[in-house]
Design a protein around this ligand. Sequence first.
Ligand SMILES: *Cc1c(COP(=O)(O)O)cnc(C)c1O
Length: 362
Amino acid sequence: MTKRAYNFNAGPAALPLEVLEQAQEQFVEYKGIGMSIMEISHRSKEYEQVNDETQQLIKELLELPEGYKVLFMQGGASTQFTMLAMNLLTAGKTGSYVMSGAWAEKAYQEAQLLGDVAIAASLREGGLLNLPSISELKLPENSAYLHITSNETIAGTQFTAFPDTGSLPLIADMSSDILSRKFDASKFAMIYAGAQKNLGPSGVTVVIVREDLFKDAPKKIPTMLSYSTYLKNNSLYNTPPVYSVYMVNLVLKWIKKNGGLAAMEVRNREKAALIYNTIDDSRGFYEGLAEKADRSLMNITFKLQSEELEKKFLKEAVEQGFVGLGGHRSVGHLRASTYNAVPYESCKALADFMLHFQKNIG
Ligand SMILES: *Cc1c(COP(=O)(O)O)cnc(C)c1O
């Protein structure tokens, strides 16, 4: 057995060991066809089955009602920032954004290049990292949609509820928390997520759309940047990222086998609690960067009393087999990403290491 690291990378991030082993088993020869899945046509019946089954699994796990389609696209969540504006920000319309942090900001800035945008809610000034209140949104009359980032990966903040927008399409970037908990997906007109945090490897972006969303989209959109191309062609207009979709398929089956979203949520809460409790019980030795009410179950951001101490922490952590605990370069400090595939044991080991480190220093 190879020794697996305690992987707290923010993205690309940990994958379930079981999934990696299954992929390894099928790597050279996929289901007796004498080739790997990477070496066959995306129009083969083998890949078509992966394509259809993966869509079906996402619908099933999210309990999506009729009228939704699941698309597999490329260019990461970042390309969705552009595409959704290109397809929805028609003349006279405004894209409304909940400004929750760095990722929301990027989505907003991309839309601004293409049309009118408005800020529906902003962060509160001062204090710890927080989330805007979504109970009073400022929505212009001519809003085309409301965009929200369910989990701010860099700050470590996560919405626990979503606004009711009535007939106004609600669009979410769920790149870093999709399938990590139960929520009412039918509230959303569109949900998108780069796969490399909670769904699989990088290379594919999962996009869930209500079929009527793009009915008024401008006619003159480049083919590859038009959602209708993917809708009409079952995500097979051009060559899809076959291996990435295949890996997402295995991850979805793993989630299903392990109890679906309700079970993921229970486990994710337990995992995050191990680390947050260690922070909160440390009498100020560790401090969380986010306000308690806004804390993310996926990205736990925290700090120590000095940069020097943080350097020492990271150095010792690496020696003990912990990976990915440095904060994002824009926020600094420390971050532990505890996505679905991060085992409880890794979180327990981190909590133990944190206690041990504090004892030795303090
Ligand atoms: C990582 C991330 C992105 C960017 O994803 P790419 O696939 O690299 O473009 C966007 N939004 C959120 C919330 C993220 O965590």
